[in-house]
Design a binder for this molecule. Structure first.
Ligand code: MN
Ligand code: MN
Length: 469
C-alpha cells in the first residue's frame, strides 16, 4: 500500500505542475543581494515620481556608466552604449551587440508615468478665503485614496518668453506640502451612503494651496489667491497665464519605506511601473557586449492609453531602431520583424484580504518572483497581445536556464475587470512580446507594495534576456 502510494506520488511529481517554493527556496546571499539592489531602487523611486524626473535620473545614471547621446548616421561598435531622449519624457538606452541589429534587437520596455493628479490648464481659484488648484486626475485612481494626505507638486512651466522653470515643492520635510480635504465623519452620513466611486467626485479633487491673504489696506477680493500668486512669482517668476503652458501634477509627498518587521517589502508611490523601469535600466547598464543589440526603453503615457508622442504608440522607438539598423546597413522593418521584447510591467499580486477578486491558480504572489502574463486585456481577451506558445516556450526556458524565480498569472478573475500594457503596441510592430514584471499589492494606490526579492528577480530576468536570447 505504502509503496503504491509513493509511486503515485512520484508520478504526480513527474506530471503535475511543480509546487513553486518562491523565496523559501532562495539562498540567503540571493536575498541579501536583493536587499542591496533595492537600496538603489528606493533612491530611483524617490527621485522619479514623474516621467521627466525618471528620465533625468536614468540619464545621469546612464552617462555615469558610459552611455553617450546617439548620433544618426554613425557606425557603432559592439559594446558601445547610446541613449536617446524623447522630449524629456521617455528615454531609450541601447547596448550595441556583436551582431548589431542583424538578428533583430532585444527590447525591455517599461513605463515611467504613474497615476496622479494633474493641474487643469486654468487651475487657480479662491473660495471662502482659501486658495486652491483645480485638477484633472491622470490614469486610473480610486479618488478617495488621494484625499487627506500630504501631496507634493512636481512639474515644468514654460513662460511666454520660452524659458522653462522646474517646480518641485513638498518633497523635503522642511518644505510645505498640499492636501485635498475630505468631509468629517460626523457630517458624512449622506456621503457614506454613496458608491465608493462617487463618494469623492473628480471635480472635487481640488488641492488646498493657501490660506493667508495678502497684507494690504486695499479693499480687494481674492487676496489669498493673490498672496499665493505673489509667492510663486517671487520664487519662479511666473504669472497665472503661465499655467496654460505647464505640466504640473500632485503626487504623494512621502518617500518609500521598508514595510513589515522583516523589511521584506517596499511601500511607495509609483512602483507601477518604476519597479520594472529600474531593473530594466540596470540590466542595460550591466550588459557589456551582448549578441544582439539590446534596448531598454522607458516610456511615458502608459497610464492613459499610450497615446501621444511620448507614449508607446508614437513612432519614436521605431525610428530609433530604424536609425540603428541603418548604421548597420540593415532594413529597419526587417530588424523589427526579428526582434523580441519583454514588456516590463507589473501585475496584481494576490491579496488574501480581497481573495474573491482573484483566481488563485492563475494569480501572481508576493515573493514568488517575476510574473509572466501571456495576455492582459479584459473579458474575452480583448485589447491585448496574446504571446505565442513558441515565444512563451523560449522565455520559459530562458528563465529556467538562468535559475530565475518566476510565476504565471492573469489580472484577476475572468470578467471582473481588466487592464492592458504596452505589449500590444510592441506586437503591432511585428515583434514577439510578452509581459514580464513584478507583482504589486494595492496597485495604483498612493502607497503600493512590492517585494524586494521580486524586483531583484526582474533585474535578473532582463539581464538574462539581454545576454542569453
Ligand atoms: Mn503599469
Ligand atoms: Mn498602471
Amino acid at each position: 500500500m505504502s509503496e503504491e502510494k509513493s509511486k503515485t506520488k512520484q508520478l504526480k511529481e513527474e506530471l503535475f505542475l511543480p509546487a513553486k517554493k518562491g523565496i523559501a527556496a532562495a539562498a540567503e546571499d540571493e536575498i541579501s543581494r536583493a536587499d542591496e539592489f533595492c537600496e538603489g531602487y528606493k533612491d530611483f523611486l524617490d527621485n522619479s515620481p514623474v516621467e521627466r524626473e525618471a528620465v533625468e535620473y536614468s540619464l545621469q545614471l546612464a552617462i555615469e556608466n558610459g552611455f553617450t547621446e546617439f548620433e544618426q548616421d554613425r557606425y557603432y561598435n559592439p559594446g558601445d552604449k547610446v541613449y536617446l531622449v524623447n522630449r524629456g519624457k521617455a528615454i531609450a538606452l541601447a547596448v550595441i551587440g556583436k551582431n548589431g541589429t542583424k538578428n533583430g534587437v532585444r527590447f525591455s520596455i517599461a513605463h515611467i508615468d504613474s497615476p496622479r493628479v494633474d493641474l487643469k490648464p486654468n487651475p487657480m481659484y479662491e473660495d471662502n478665503n482659501l486658495a486652491y488648484f483645480k485638477t484633472h486626475y491622470y490614469g486610473g485612481i480610486k479618488k478617495y485614496q488621494w484625499t487627506v494626505m500630504p501631496l507634493a507638486l512636481h512639474g515644468t512651466v514654460v513662460k511666454l518668453d520660452g524659458t522653462k522653470v522646474d517646480i518641485k515643492v513638498g518633497v523635503d520635510e522642511s518644505e510645505p506640502c498640499f492636501c485635498i480635504t475630505d468631509l468629517l465623519p460626523h457630517l458624512a452620513r449622506e456621503q457614506a451612503q454613496k458608491k465608493l466611486a462617487q463618494a469623492i467626485e473628480g471635480e472635487n479633487l481640488n488641492v488646498l494651496i493657501g490660506s493667508r491673504p495678502l497684507n494690504t489696506e486695499d479693499e480687494e477680493g481674492e487676496l489669498v489667491k493673490l498672496n499665493v500668486m505673489k509667492i510663486l512669482n517671487e520664487k519662479y517668476g511666473i504669472t497665472e497665464s503661465d499655467f496654460l503652458s505647464a505640466e504640473l501634477c500632485f503626487v504623494p509627498a512621502q518617500k518609500s519605506r521598508d514595510v513589515g518587521f522583516d523589511r521584506g517589502l517596499i511601500g511607495g508611490y509609483g512602483h507601477d511601473d518604476k519597479v520594472c523601469a529600474y531593473p530594466a535600466l540596470m540590466a542595460a547598464i550591466d550588459t557589456d557586449v551582448p549578441e544582439c543589440t539590446c534596448i531598454t526603453y522607458l516610456t511615458d503615457k502608459e497610464e492613459t492609453g499610450s497615446d501621444g508622442n511620448t507614449g508607446m504608440q508614437s513612432d519614436f522607438l521605431r525610428y530609433f531602431v530604424y536609425d540603428l539598423a541603418k548604421s548597420d546597413g540593415e532594413e529597419g522593418y526587417r530588424v523589427l520583424s526579428k526582434s523580441k521584447c519583454l514588456s516590463a510591467d507589473v501585475n496584481a499580486a494576490f491579496d488574501p484580504i480581497y481573495a474573491s477578486a482573484y483566481e488563485p491558480k492563475n494569480s501572481s504572489y508576493i515573493n514568488q518572483g517575476v510574473i509572466i502574463s501571456k495576455y492582459t486585456g479584459h473579458g474575452g481577451k480583448y485589447d491585448t497581445s496574446d504571446a505565442s506558445a513558441e515565444y512563451m516556450g523560449e522565455i520559459r526556458s530562458m528563465l529556467e536556464k538562468n535559475g530565475i524565480m518566476w510565476q504565471v498569472g492573469e489580472l484577476g478573475k475572468v470578467d471582473i475587470g481588466g487592464g492592458g500594457t504596452i505589449a500590444k503596441y510592441v506586437a503591432n510592430m511585428n515583434v514577439d512580446v510578452v509581459d514580464l514584471g513584478v507583482p504589486v499589492l494595492s496597485m495604483h494606490a498612493p502607497f503600493e507594495l512590492i517585494s524586494k526579492v521580486d524586483i531583484f528577480e526582474a533585474y535578473r530576468a532582463f539581464h538574462a534576456f539581454f545576454n542569453n536570447l
